[in-house]
Design a protein around this ligand. Sequence first.
Ligand SMILES: [Zn+2]
Length: 435
Amino acid sequence: MRRPALALLLAAAACGGDDATSALDAGADAAVIPPTADVTRDVVATGLTIDLAAMSGTAVIELGASAGPGASLEVGDLDIRAVRADGVDVPFARTGAQLDLGVGAAPVAITIDYGWRYHDDSDGAAAAGFTLTWPYYCGNVFPCRSLPADGSRFTLAVTNPPSGQTAVYPATIPTDAAAYQLAWAVGPYVRTSLGRTTAGTEVVVWAYANEATAVTAGTKHLRAAFDWMEQHLGPYRFGAEVGSVSAHWGGGAYGGMEHHPLWHVASDAMGDESVHVHEAAHGWFGDGIRLKCWEDFVLSEGAATYYEARVIEEVGDAGAGTAAWAALDQELANLRASGGGAIAWPQSCGQVDVLTIFTRVPYVKGALFLRAVERKIGRAMFDATMRQFYDAHDGEAAGVADLVDAVRATSGYDAAACAQAWLAQRAIPTDLTCP
Ligand SMILES: [Zn+2]
């Protein structure tokens, strides 16, 4: 996310649903496994086919091996119509938004047919033509596991858009991704190519025809920015075609969402270069490295905000980088004047509702903590560290502590105390370089 949006703060708790149990007669087959809860069962891959006209979906969920039977998925307010494996009904039981399956411990592919509803509070598929499921609303769109540490590969097909409209989405996400990374947008979209990076990645923009002026201003350096990150942070993992999609969030919503490889930028922000670069940077941090715990939110947003300024400094117009850093310094000064704002990095895992720490604090403190580390160990060493960190967590989740480990391994500098000072307390260090 680029900026906390009011709509997200107002997002309601996950919807419940009617309890239901499959009609399968378990007594007819001694081998039938009753529905068994296991919220840790690994989802290896998710194949989705979404019918926009019928408001239905089919999900093929590949479950990994486990020590015992059972699997649980989040299903929000989906209408679960059938659950099968190899054409045979799978026993299932639903408790509110959790679907428990009667499956064995061996790897298995489950096909789920379901209906879905529109959600207009940034908590599912919006009638305005976009999906937004961050942080834990994926279950309103498809059977899922919402914790960001639980990565899945994805395929997606969105069919039957309204006449004259195009559904914009990635057909595949080939590397493990958090459920909230997957999205689509539907509207009168026009595709513009910005060319290819040195590594061959094509950078594109999808927007409405009447947004051309904002697109031109906002994406002036986007190809160069993406190229810089590929060269300095490491190979991109989510496909060969990437870019910004104008998301018609409405209501004055600003910012973007890291739906790589086709991330969303609010239509109101399409002319703002920093938003495009910020969302692109999530391809490495937040998406490329997923969050180990929601408490590590500062790792994703701090890094994306650091690179938002850094990359504009590297490839943007003269003076634009200086202005971007000055804007962050001003935000920090404002936080300092208000007592530090809040703790950016709660010292727990899985205990905090991420919406309670979804303010500008993790963005600003996180970015300027990274700049403090950069100032301590030098820019070249910092760049080598971030590249090593990204490379070491290929398709995995990591937390702030893992970043501290990477800094120590690469540079020999122990950033633990600096991380505590910047991120784990309300007050802000007076020294903008790590001690
Ligand atoms: Zn962000």
